[in-house]
Design a protein around this ligand. Structure first.
Ligand code: SAM
Length: 259
């Protein structure tokens, strides 16, 4: 069967370098789960190395041409290829009440949506690793004070320990993307339930970073906080000056204010 022709609208950039595929597969710690789901296997360059691990491997792929290719070349995947859009797929069809890891050389056009979906499913996902465009991988792992620290950094780090692992050149892909790539890993914290309302925490973080140059006193105006609360010195800060613990503290103060 012929190779799959890369489709731009699906973010298809196929990895050519087998040693990088192996290094990505090796980011799996294999601790705390027996199953792994690879998002976007394409022609299976990474899948091959994931299949070498002592773990049940499933893949989810939106492109039917890639699915046909995988069926033809990877008999070990028989019955474990989910021909669906990861963003819309109900994971309980395969992983009901199960812990599973997610890995991939992710489609860059939907990077942030994939991270948000993982955060939605965090109760079942103890580990999430793989390749994004470098800027997104860095953003996930960035600490307060940096220019790229933002919504993804705070929300991912509220529930996961995040590590930036290594950078990958654009030349090892076919076709090459315009930007460099970065491999990162997120491992869920032992205690990942927040000591404040999660929905409000998400709202506070997102609202604060929508106007990242403003102080919280200005950017959080839309939350209708009391004048008394707005006197608190935490509101003198800009969002990039707060770490996760401070965003939690801020959310707790807003909760106590009775929003
Ligand atoms: C960057 S390519 C990586 C392909 C392969 N893993 C590799 O390393 O060569 C991203 C893959 O994700 C697939 N993809 C794009 N959007 C998807 C979605 N919403 N759900 C599942 N797969 C998707 C693409 O078809 C493509 O195969």
């Amino acid at each position: 069967m012929d190779k799959v022709k890369a489709k731009k609208h699906l973010g298809q950039h196929f990895l050519k370098d087998e040693s990088i595929a192996k290094d990505i597969a090796d980011t799996l710690s294999l601790q705390g789960y027996d199953d792994v789901l690879e998002i976007g296997p394409g022609m299976g360059v990474l899948t091959k190395y994931v299949l070498d691990k002592p773990i049940n491997t499933y893949v989810i792929e939106i492109d039917t041409e890639s699915v046909d290719y995988l069926n033809a070349h990877y008999p070990k995947l028989h019955g474990k290829i989910i021909s669906k859009d990861f963003l819309k797929y109900n994971i309980n069809e395969v992983f009901e009440n199960k812990q599973f890891a997610i890995i991939g050389n992710f489609p860059y056009n939907i990077s942030s949506q994939i991270v948000f979906r993982v955060l939605d499913l965090k109760e079942q996902i103890p580990e999430f690793s793989g390749m994004f465009q470098k800027e997104v991988a860095e953003r996930i792992c960035e600490k307060k004070g940096s220019k790229t620290y933002g919504i993804l950094s705070v929300l991912a780090q509220a529930f996961y320990d995040t590590e930036y692992l290594f950078t990958v050149s654009e030349h090892v892909f076919n076709p090459p993307p315009k930007v460099k790539s970065g491999v990162m890993r997120m491992r869920r914290k032992e205690n990942f339930s927040l000591p404040c309302g999660e929905k409000l925490f998400f709202t506070v973080v997102k609202t604060a970073f929508q106007q990242r140059r403003k102080t919280l006193r200005n950017s959080l105006k839309t939350l209708n906080l009391s004048d008394n609360l707005r006197e608190d010195s935490i509101f003198d800060l800009r969002p990039e000056q707060l770490d996760v613990a401070q965003f939690i503290e801020l959310t707790q103060k807003i909760e106590a204010d009775g929003i």
